[in-house]
Structure formats: structure tokens, C-alpha cells
Design a protein around this ligand. Sequence first.
Ligand code: ZN
Length: 324
Amino acid sequence: MSPSGGARLVHIPNSFTWPQAHQVMLDEHERFLSMMVDRMVPERREAFLKLANSHREDGSGPYMGIMRTNSFGVRVGNSENILEDMYGAVCDDISRVNHSCSPNTSTKFDKHSFSFSLFACRDIAEGEELTVAYCILSDGEGARAEKLLPYGIACKCLSCADTTGESDVRRATLDDFSLDINEWAWSRTLLDDWMMNKCREHLDLLREEGLEASDSYHAALVAMMECYIAFGDAKRASRWAERAHKCLWASDYESLEHFLDPESVGYLTHPLWRVRVDTRLEMVMRRLLLIGKLAGREKLEEAMASPEFALAFAAARAEGSYDL
Ligand SMILES: [Zn+2]
């Protein structure tokens, strides 16, 4: 692993042009890398030097060329300046996986074990090549081609070969797709099936483009689970939880272990539980019952005496609906 910001340690005179400054930074990276490679045990050094180098004629030294060709960006640390936390990591095997704009795998770095994992994002047939994305998947064909150029890749995938522009439009929705699950859940004006239809359409589109590796895919699966939670259907919700639970590669992944069992108390305590079917009065009463059951009589009495409860109870009585 090599610091991406190592070149900040070198002074670059203001009189230098950008190409000159860039070359100084590349040379400085090379100097750092040669020290690191020299310290590697022989097997690791040999494995590193066997990796491809597609940066032979752009001013990169031999080690930097291998880094630029094979490394994955990794953030280690929580400083305000993200660049200071960024490192490039090279793996023995995962760095050898080829690119696809519809990848069937995704990588994830684990800070605690200091290791990478490669996850299958969909079913992979026996003999099918494993692929990962070297570029941003929501970008259009032009931007992806530009990003892939330094790797010497002229991608011929279905999306890159599409001349109608439809694939670019579909991919652009990856960034546009927003999940107002709370707004829908509490709304009286949005129809019951509005959110689910939106999620299903999005999931179909992602499968069509082969974008199961995207965070958006995981988010839509979680949203489907929450839709069924809002209807109080734990059985169906648990099936979507099971799917989302497998998306270990998603950057915002959180374990859904407590939603895998439809009988789990996790459903009853979820803030969206039955909000599409119960009146607010029923919800207030259910909340109290739960407090009594899970925290005991003393806590229940405390909750009933609180000003929050008085307000919620008055609002629920006056409204008699789930709409806020
Ligand atoms: Zn492509």
C-alpha cells in the first residue's frame, strides 16, 4: 500500500509548469515506492513486479507504473482532508481482475483486517470471467472511455457499444435515484404502491445494465424491505432483507441480521413499522405497549407522564390518521 499524497513532501517551485510539477510528483512517488519495494520479502516483491504496467510512456517510473495500473483507492483514517487519508493498494490476485462496465464482482477494503475481499454481485456461471469496474459506473460512455484509456482498454461491452444513448440515460439515474422512503411512508397523498413501483423499476433497470455492484442496487433492496415494514408485512420484508444482507460490497452496508427472521422484535421497534396501515393513535398505543414489554412498567409510566406523549396522544386523537 502506498500513500497517494506522498508527493506533498517535495517542494515544487512556483515557476514550474504543470507538466514539470507532475513529473516531479511522479519521480517522488517512484522514490518512495522503490524504498517500499526494496523492503518487501522476495515472494511479495516478485508478485508485485509480475503485475501489468500500462504506464510505460507517460513519465511514470517502473514501480509507479505498476501502482497506477493495478492499485485500488483506499481511505485509511478520518481526517477532514480526504486526500491525506488516501492510499493506493495493490493485491496479488484482485489486481489481476479485468474491467467491465457491467462487473459481476466488487471489491471492499476492510480497515480492521487490512485486507480486500472480492464479492460476487450476481450469479456467476462456471467458467465466466470475473470482472470489476475500473471507472465510475454512472458515467456515460465518453467519460468511461477517457478513464479507461490509460489502462489501454477500449471497452466493447454492450453499454459502451450502445449508439442510441439509452444506456447513458439509464446509468445517469444511478446518481439521480433518491429514496424518500420516510416521505412516502408518512404521506397520505402518495399511493400505497408508489414507492415499491419506483424501487422495482430501478432494480429492473440496474439488472438490465448489469449494475448490481452499485450502491444504488443495495439501497433499492433496503427500500423494498422498508416498504413491507411500513405495511407491517414482516414475512415479505424478511425476503428483501435477505437479498440486501448479501450486498456486503455496498459502501453504506449495515448488517440486516435482525430482519432476517420475520418474528424478530426488530420489526416491531422499527420506526416505520405499520405506518401505512395504522392510525397515529394505534401507533402511539403500540409504542407504549412495546415500552412496557421491553423496558418494564416503570419506564412505561415515565413515558406516559412525558410531555412528548401528551402531545403525540393529542395529535393522534385529533387526527386519527397516519398522515403527519
Ligand atoms: Zn464498457
